[in-house]
Design a protein around this ligand. Structure first.
Ligand code: BG6
Length: 519
């Protein structure tokens, strides 16, 4: 890749994206003039409908799809493209000005019906694609928007019946990548017999988020953070993921996995790696992923004593869904002990982080929507302010309202000389008013076209993440550990706050971040 583009602040979204695209086009693995075929396997499913087709539409609108790109849906249902169009349209958020482009977009789309387990269906898909491309070389991207039960058959059939012989072929897989170390290894081994690692794109959509990608720039492009980013200065690191809604409608799927597999083992561990890793030798995908793997290798398996699990219960005073607890969902087995909340403390046993607790907490049906990384610094040694100082914190808020702010002490303004809590604030909504941040999937799918694997999970990363969590998951399941109930819409189990306190996170309760730019 060439050096990143310089983007003047005054440009519109489209202009910015065009500079970005120009930057990408310097990448030799990607040629705008090549023919590309994006194949959505599972085209009639929820993921395709809600995420993949809308993302392709946004890429198309932003002028980021190579000019000669065909989109092919494949699924078991007997559908026409008109049916697919009707299904996906409500999720595409089409504005009045954009409506005139719909026919052109859908004109690039076709649909093929077939069976996932049937090689002949994939040979038919191959013939369809060859005919679309008039027999010319084309690069193929296969998106597996499918239940994991068919991954093995589908990938085998792609390999045996549907690869382009002259262009490149890339396979995009969605989690769950197995349920534990053994099943994940089985899937990885299967994939590695069919494809090279550089053909496999394991999506973790958190890696496509603006602030998650910013972690590397923040850490390695600033002198002010580098020297303090270690055990000498940082007392604890807290990663938080909260959602204000339950598993409504997904209870059946969720119950098989639980919150640790759904969010913590993947999204949160990826963020943790970016916070903790050493500076990579370069920004090339494998240098970055090498460093992430090293972090994971230094984390011992999590023990049951370092965990609090919870499950939400209905709130009798709540409105609508909030009245219902997790087990009130008819798709959830009666008496399920699946966790919808988890807080975990882990340690990274290396020179930079030895002894620093990393707390990860995540949950459904909580009081707010929030994902953030919080580094709490140690106390200032040799206090001269009669214990009025509170600890510094650096917060990277991933969502909503992307922001970076440091909680710090400043002199109380005016005729005072005592310290007061305040903040240095970089709120994106104020600082970058005219920049529309692309959706995570939009960035990641574009990366697959461009052949950039930096923001995708490599097989050894995946293996290490499962190694860390598998003994805990098995223990929770075999011992049927009963999660602590918490009320829908609350902060989660108070036991989680106790756990954080026990490992040294200091919550003062005296400071609340307010948006200082809001009039
Ligand atoms: C998914 C999980 O991977 O991430 C969901 O399966 C969760 O349970 C979602 O709701 C959160 O993603 P985002 O981008 O809305 O924070």
């Amino acid at each position: 890749m060439s050096a990143p583009a310089q983007v003047p602040a005054s440009l519109t979204h489209l202009e910015v994206m065009n500079i970005f695209r120009h930057d990408l086009l310097q990448n030799k693995q990607f040629s705008q003039t090549d023919t590309h075929v994006f194949i959505v396997l599972g085209a009639s499913g929820d993921l395709a409908k809600k995420k993949i087709y809308p993302t392709l539409w946004w890429l198309y609108l932003d002028g980021l799809l190579p000019a000669d790109t065909h989109l092919v849906g494949f699924a078991r249902s007997h559908l026409t493209m008109a049916n697919v169009r009707k299904q996906v349209l409500p999720f595409m958020k089409v504005t009045e000005e954009e409506a005139s482009k719909l026919d052109d977009f859908f004109g690039r789309n076709t649909y093929v019906q077939g069976k996932y387990t049937d090689l002949a269906s994939f040979q038919a898909l191959d013939r369809h694609i060859t005919a679309l491309c008039k027999g010319h070389k084309a690069n193929r991207l296969f998106y597996l928007a499918l239940p994991p039960s068919v991954y093995e058959d589908v990938t085998l059939n792609i390999k045996q019946g549907c690869m382009d012989q002259f262009g490149w072929n890339r396979v995009i897989v969605e989690k769950p990548f197995g349920k534990d170390l053994a099943s994940s290894d089985k899937l990885s081994n299967h994939l590695s017999t069919l494809f090279r690692e550089d053909q496999i794109y394991r999506i973790d959509h958190y890696l496509g988020k603006e602030m998650v990608q910013n972690l590397m720039v923040l850490r390695f492009a600033n002198r002010i953070f580098g020297p303090v980013w270690n055990r000498d200065n940082i007392a604890s690191v807290v990663l938080t993921f909260k959602e204000p809604f339950g598993t409504e409608g997904r209870g059946g799927y969720f119950d098989e996995f639980g919150i640790i597999r759904d969010v913590m083992q993947n999204h949160m561990m990826q963020m943790l790696c970016l916070v903790a890793m050493e500076k990579p030798a370069s920004t090339s995908p494998n240098d970055v992923r090498d460093e992430k793997v090293k972090v994971l290798k230094n984390i011992p398996e999590i023990r049951l004593g370092d965990v609090v699990v919870g499950q939400y219960a209905g709130n009798p005073a709540g409105q609508g869904e909030a009245k219902k607890g997790y087990c009130d969902d008819p798709t959830v087995p009666k008496g399920s002990v699946t966790a919808t909340y988890a807080a975990v403390v882990l340690y990274i046993q290396n020179e930079r982080w030895d002894g620093v607790p990393f707390v990860m907490r995540c949950g459904k049906a909580l009081n707010e929507r929030k994902a953030e990384v919080r580094l709490q610094f140690r106390d200032v040694p040799g206090d001269i302010f009669q214990q009025q100082c509170k600890r510094n914190e650096l917060v990277i808020r991933v969502q909503p309202n992307e922001a970076i702010y440091t909680k710090m002490m400043t002199k109380k303004p005016g005729m005072f000389f005592n310290p007061e809590e305040s903040e240095l604030d970089l709120t994106y909504g104020s600082r970058y008013k005219d920049v529309k941040l692309p959706d995570a999937y939009e960035r990641l799918i574009l990366d697959v076209f461009c052949g950039n694997q930096m923001h995708f999970v490599r097989s050894d990363e995946l293996r290490e993440a499962w190694r860390i969590f598998t003994p805990l998951l098995h223990k929770l399941e075999t011992s049927k550990v009963r999660p602590v109930p918490y009320v829908y819409g609350s902060r989660g189990p108070p036991e989680a706050d106790e756990l954080m306190k026990k490992v040294g996170f200091r919550y003062e309760g005296t400071y609340k971040w307010v948006n200082p730019n809001k009039l």
